[in-house]
Design a binder for this molecule. Structure first.
Ligand code: ADP
Ligand code: ADP
Ligand code: MG
Length: 674
């Protein structure tokens, strides 16, 4: 076995490979781009080498830069992870030429599976069922359209060089074929530098079921059973599980044998995945699955296989790469319980899953859940940059049965605290608890079909509002106390500043933007808590009391129910974390609070605590709506408070320099304004 390993990758997969390599006593060597100088995978490795600027094309995808890092570090072996150079046959060759062990299959095997059309031809020859369709050389549009008619609609156009769901178009009617063909070709050309496509039957009620295979360099190959990756968006996996729900044992056996035959046909060694599409319209049947492609690398979702087999696939990869025999025969491969994995992405489900970037302000997982594994690529405080894919990490649960695994994972997700970029955490938890998903009623259309139920609504619940208000008020109190303390120091720069006046018992109007909705609430102190009225549950008042610790963990009682939550400061607002949902509270400048209603009650009130800078109003003066009455300073900002309606000033109750509480009457008006 080699003694050192360079990981030509980043993020969670680099961290995960380092973990096993370290356990096996290898020296671990990371590479990083400028954007990743302080990344998690760099911190985990024994040594790390800079390979270039942030864009992947100038760093992680540069073969010479990786080889140079190998030479500088004296690495003996290279693990490519997934993505980047993992399926690049020239890279595998270049490693061999440089005397490095490439942890992956032979370059020829990568090449054989590199293009989907050639791979299908090979598989047909090896007796593996392939999706019916045209995968020849002729790329003439009219010819392909005739082929599509022959195959029968719906059909799927696929880039032969495709990957990551790109360059793929489902076509339902002949009339759309030409247009979709053009657009698939254009996308394929720009993504892969190869416009060629194939056309195949779009399988009805499709389920993506893949087989993990492993081969050594001595001619032995085994199947490590299947994974079901049917939960997808835009042909990309989001949730994966093993085994496949409803998989008949004879179908598992048939698929496993087909996958092993595929691997043997190309002289494979190491870890590979043979992806099949199954027609589940009449349940899973041993004669209705077809080869789609083979991925000649470790796959994102390999942990579910590790969970049900109890094996470490990276360890197997390293052993096979160093020439060892597979440690098991087919009949010895275990299959225990059920495992499910979710991919946690920095993206906004409410905005069509648009990627989201920024600092991970909070990233914490519950402890004491031994059947859950987290494979994270970033830590709390790390930056999710725009340069790479937005996966934060993966969470995997293992249980005796599928339902146990799903419930365990759902519980775990709802106790995670994730804040910073927007994430799909709540969406993932919603999938775990969806009735149809729990029933195993899945296919690749599942997410699109149930989107409305899975994407959390914009409407924020009364509990969350109450928790947010409590968090805000407690934080404000803490800030004021800190300011007060500083002011008490004789030479503090804060000494001249004003502090909040606390402990008032008047109602106060709070205005937030919560999850992009404007919310105005009236908060009245009540005992050691508050009563909240406003945009909450149908005009009912909510009673909340709470304490917040130094770590911003909130313990609250909302209408008699004890709840916990966390407040994470973000910019001028905060993110409230509760039951796996992250709700952003923007604090609307309190000076903007509409004071028009004050005229009706005969007074202009202070919208928040502050200091009077200037008094413009005079007793007995007739003022027009919008006229400035008082200038107040609060939160280091000056704001002019204006008359809400035409009135006559009765009394000015404050003078320059006065400290006022929120809700204090500043100016009163004549009862009857003209
Ligand atoms: P898996 O089948 O293991 O889920 P994916 O297709 O999701 O693999 O891709 C694995 C990784 O490779 C992801 O990080 C993805 O962004 C990346 N990837 C996939 N296809 C390509 C490609 N053609 N070029 C570059 N990266 C790719
Ligand atoms: P990629 O290289 O992008 O992963 P695949 O050929 O593996 O491309 O297909 C990606 C996804 O597209 C599959 O997981 C499946 O959901 C869908 N798909 C592919 N081929 C078919 C098909 N013939 N019928 C229905 N769905 C398909
Ligand atoms: Mg695929």
């Amino acid at each position: 076995m080699f003694k050192s390993l360079l990981i030509a990758n980043r993020g969670e997969i680099a961290v995960r490979i380092i973990r096993t390599a370290r356990r096996m006593g290898l020296k671990t060597i990371a590479v990083y781009s400028d954007a990743d100088a302080n990344a998690y995978h760099v911190a985990e490795a024994d040594e790390a080498y800079r390979i270039g600027p942030a864009p992947a094309a100038e760093s992680y995808l540069r073969v010479e830069a990786i080889l140079d890092a190998c030479a500088r570090s004296g690495a003996e072996a290279v693990h490519p992870g997934y993505g980047f150079l993992s399926e690049n046959a020239s890279f595998a060759e270049a490693c061999a030429k440089a005397g490095l062990v490439f942890v992956g299959p032979p370059a020829d095997a990568i090449r054989a599976m590199g293009l989907k059309d050639a791979a299908k031809v090979l598989m047909e020859k090896a007796g593996v069922p392939v999706v019916p369709g045209y995968h020849g050389d002729n790329q003439d549009a009219d010819f392909l359209s005739v082929q599509a008619e022959k195959i029968g609609y719906p059909v799927l156009i696929k880039a032969v060089a495709g990957g990551g769901g790109k360059g793929m178009r489902r076509v339902d009617e002949p009339a759309d074929f030409a247009k979709e063909l053009k657009s698939a070709q254009r996308e394929a050309g720009s993504a892969f530098g190869d416009e060629r496509v194939l056309v195949e039957k779009y399988v009805a009620r499709p389920r993506h079921i893949e087989i993990q295979v492993f081969a050594d360099s001595h001619g032995r190959a085994v199947s490590l059973h299947e994974r079901d990756c049917s939960l997808q968006r835009r042909h990309q996996k989001v949730i994966e599980e093993a085994p496949a729900p409803g998989m008949p044992p004879e179908m598992r056996k048939t698929m496993g044998e087909a996958a092993v035959a595929a691997a043997k046909a190309i002289g494979y060694s190491g870890a590979g995945t043979v992806e099949f599409i199954a027609d589940a319209s009449e349940g899973l049947k041993a004669d209705s699955f077809w080869f789609m492609e083979m991925n000649t690398r470790l796959q994102v979702e390999h942990p579910v296989t590790e969970a049900i087999t109890g094996l470490d696939l990276v360890e197997w990869q390293l052993r096979v790469a160093s020439g060892e025999h597979l440690p098991m025969t087919q009949s010895e491969v275990p299959l225990n319980g059920h495992a499910v994995e979710v991919r946690l992405y920095a993206e906004d489900p409410a905005k069509n899953f648009f990627p989201s970037t920024g600092r991970m302000l909070r990233l914490r997982a519950p402890s004491n859940m031994p059947h859950v594994r987290t494979d994270m690529g970033v830590r709390e405080g790390d930056e999710v940059s725009m340069f790479y894919d937005p996966m934060i990490g993966k969470i995997i649960a293992h249980g005796e049965t599928r339902l146990i695994a799903l419930r365990t994972l759902r519980g775990f997700l709802s106790r995670m605290e994730v804040a910073g970029p927007k994430t799909n955490l709540a969406f993932l938890a919603a999938v775990m608890g969806h009735d149809a998903f729990m029933a195993g009623d899945i296919d690749t259309g599942f997410i699109d079909r149930h989107l409305d139920a899975l994407v959390p609504g914009r409407c924020v619940g009364a509990r969350v509002l109450a928790l947010g208000v409590a968090g805000h008020l407690l934080q404000r109190k803490t800030d004021a106390e800190v300011a007060q303390q500083r002011r008490d120091e004789p030479h503090s720069p804060w000494a001249a500043n004003d502090s909040w006046v606390l402990g008032g018992h008047r109602s106060e109007v709070l205005k937030f933007t919560v999850a992009d909705e404007e919310v105005t609430l009236t908060v009245t102190p009540d005992g050691d808590g508050w009563r909240i009225a406003g945009a909450c549950a149908d005009g009912e008042e909510i009673v909340v009391s709470a304490v917040m610790d130094d770590d911003h963990a909130l313990t609250a009682t909302v209408d008699g129910v004890r709840l916990t939550a966390s407040c994470v400061q973000k910019g001028t607002g905060f993110i409230l974390l509760h039951e796996g949902a992250a709700t952003e509270f923007e604090i609307v400048d309190p000076m903007d609070v509409d004071v028009a209603s004050d005229a009706d009650t005969g007074a202009l009130k202070a919208p928040m605590p502050g200091k009077i800078i200037q008094v413009l109003a005079e007793s007995g003066a007739r003022v027009k709506k919008g006229a400035g009455l008082v200038v107040m300073e609060a939160m280091k900002m000056e704001q002019t408070l204006v008359a809400g309606v035409d009135s006559v000033v009765a009394d000015v109750r404050v003078a320059v320099g006065d400290q006022v509480e929120a809700g204090a009457v500043l100016v009163s008006f004549e009862e009857k304004a003209e």
